[in-house]
Design a binder for this molecule. Sequence first.
Ligand SMILES: [Fe+2]
Ligand SMILES: [Fe+2]
Length: 304
Amino acid sequence: MTENKLTTTQERGITITPRMPDFSFSAEEVPANWHSEGAIISAFWNGLSCTTPALEAFFIRDMRRLEPLITDFPELQKELKAFVHQEACHAATHRRWNRLLADWGGPEERVENRTKKALNFIERWTTSRFRSAMVVSGEHFVGELGNVMISRPEVFGTTHEVMRDIWVWHGMEECEHKAVAFDAYTEVYGKGLWSYLTRVAAFFTSSALVTYAMFMSTREFLQTTEGESREWRQLMRYLYGKGGLMSGRAGAFLAILKPSFHPWDYGSNKEVLDKYSNEIFDPAWEEKAARKLNRTDAIAMAQK
Ligand SMILES: [Fe+2]
Ligand SMILES: [Fe+2]
């Protein structure tokens, strides 16, 4: 029987809205080492941007597979469609930035190809349940990262405006849809022991892969911008030091290991979304996602 119930996201008064921003990435406007804290911090974010399109495409493929399996919960199915559209817009926008990185002579292609290769391997050798659990872990990680991006914009220093805005926009939408993959996963695979153990195994696998990918891509970008190895200490401070990007978030990141975990238990995000959405989001972006880059086109762009 079809249920007319609300999703956990709707219960919090949050609507997942696809938006397509029109950030302008031009070599005249954006310097190569754009982060105010220097080469290694720019390299870190550049590397992350280059892994983004392939990762988003992986998330999209998996969630589109779950979509027809949850016909008894139309509101969640609707959210999955909006989730896929948002991720596709993320992939398309990061691709535009990544093209600029390639124009600067960055290792954009190498980083993206390596990410694709790793994800293809996972798709070939793991079960679909395990892959969905990896998406749940990935979404939990980026949801928490998004929370930091919007609630502590000082992590971007006096960064170039466009570079701050792309991450804040992306971070806000990650907070908006942070529970969708989890809700779809539990709807399809239930909340039993096997579903839980798969989630835990997927968490350790994806954490190891994300950490490896982050450091590898930073290293490659650092080499192309003539950064120095002593800068790694600076990155560690930036990530884990006092006031750093990940500092104080260990509890929230590891919360996924609790059997009773739900993404909304750790920060409702409603407050930050309400506070910043008027400042950050341009209503024209919604129009653009709805008309100029509809869901089908966005998905096709993401899967390139
Ligand atoms: Fe995303
Ligand atoms: Fe996401």
